[in-house]
Write a protein that binds this ligand. Structure first.
Ligand SMILES: Cc1cc2nc3c(=O)[nH]c(=O)nc-3n(C[C@H](O)[C@H](O)[C@H](O)COP(=O)(O)O)c2cc1C
Length: 363
């Protein structure tokens, strides 16, 4: 029997099934970071489509931490009313929704600052002072408070994809000599400080998750699977509610990304980009709820990931852009997502220039 349509509880939050919409920015908020109508309409379709847990696209915790134009904000009380409309819509369809909070660090649009002064061909960033780090931690927790006031069922901290937390955890970017640099315990301290301050602010009943790289997929150095296992262990001790496993850091190498984290042929879930790494995390850190994202497209892979107890939740992004009702379609017997991974939804031509949509389906 497929576990896909079985309920699952994360802390006190019970999900109607095992599907997660991985955070996906609609890149269409107004210049103040306030949601515009098409975003609400899109989330209505997602919620109607029966997804167990929707993670809203990343919201900035401060103007300084903004990642791109037209990103949504949760940095101020002004963001709350429209976010409340959003959560009300989602809840009216019995779906759950949590907010992903992010600071872009060295790749932001307003203030490029990160763990250490860092210069590459693509970006240049200055080093954050200890006072600034403290301020960032505080901004994360007040943004979390805004999210909960707006009716979100919990928080996800963005710890992946080469943004601030991911930059701190990378020993390529992070050359600090203080308590935030050096060992993996030190490099993940910013994430832990953020987690602790949010937990203190919103209490123990509200769920907190982290989207974490299992590997940066850098040539040498960068976060590795051994590091991510260590971080998962530290987070488990702190009673983190769930981990969403992702990958790709500030200095990732695409060819390595295609191979290093995959499961062995014949596992039944090799389609999942980081299925092999997910199994390592599951084996090394049992007892923490896991979601896995990237590349998952077929019901067969989804079923195998759950039945082999690799993860508890199936997380997807692009398939839900093309088919917001993908869960319902699977329920009716569709075997596979229609998304062809053309990646036009994330291309420079479209990003933050118009509302997110499947540009293959609706050019
Ligand atoms: C248009 C677009 C926007 C995205 N926005 C976010 C985001 O806000 N936060 C995040 O953690 N990941 C974001 N991602 C990455 C996805 O959540 C996901 O990790 C990635 O697309 C791989 O999953 P998939 O193969 O199911 O698409 C975005 C991806 C796309 C295509």
């Amino acid at each position: 029997m497929s576990l896909l349509f079985e309920t699952f509880s994360i802390g006190e939050l019970t999900l109607q099934n095992r599907f997660v919409r991985s955070p996906t920015t609609s890149y269409w908020s107004d210049e103040e970071g306030i949601l515009r109508d098409p975003i609400l309409e899109y989330y209505k379709k997602l919620a109607k489509g029966g997804i167990g847990l929707i993670i809203k696209g990343h919201s900035y915790i401060s103007e300084k931490g903004k990642a791109h134009n037209c990103q949504s904000g949760l940095s101020s009380e002004k963001h709350i009313p429209r976010m409340k409309e959003l959560t009300d819509i989602v809840h009216s369809y019995d779906s759950k929704i949590i907010a992903q909070l992010n600071h872009a660090g060295g790749v932001g649009v307003n203030d490029r600052a990160t763990a250490s002064k860092y210069v590459t061909e693509k970006w240049e960033a200055r080093e954050l002072s200890l006072d600034e780090i403290e301020e960032i931690v505080e901004k994360f927790s007040s943004a979390a408070e805004n999210a909960i006031t707006a009716g979100f069922d919990g928080i996800q901290i963005h710890g992946a994809h080469g943004y601030l937390n991911s930059q701190f955890m990378s020993d390529i970017v992070n050359q600090r000599q203080d308590k935030y640099g050096g060992s993996i315990e030190n490099r993940s301290r910013l994430l832990m400080d953020i987690y602790d301050s949010i937990r203190k602010k919103i209490g123990s009943n509200v769920i907190i998750g982290v989207k974490l790289n299992c590997d940066d997929f850098a040539e040498e150095k960068g976060l590795t699977i051994n590091d991510s296992i260590q971080i998962a262990k530290i987070l488990k001790k702190r009673k983190l509610d769930f981990l969403e496993i992702s990958g790709g850091g500030p200095e990732q190498v695409l060819q390595i990304r295609k191979t290093r984290g995959r499961a062995l042929e014949g596992s039944g879930y090799e389609e999942a980009t980081w299925g092999g790494h997910a199994k390592k995390i599951r084996d090394a850190v049992p007892g923490i709820s896991l979601a896995l994202v990237d590349g998952i497209r077929t019901r067969k892979t989804m079923d195998n990931l759950l039945s082999q107890n690799i993860v508890d939740l199936i997380s997807m992004s692009k398939p839900f852009i093309n088919e917001p009702n993908f869960v319902k379609l699977l329920e009716k017997g569709q075997e596979k997502a229609s998304c062809i991974d053309c990646r036009k939804c994330i291309s420079r031509d479209n990003f933050a220039k118009t509302m997110l949509r499947c540009f293959h389906k609706y050019p």
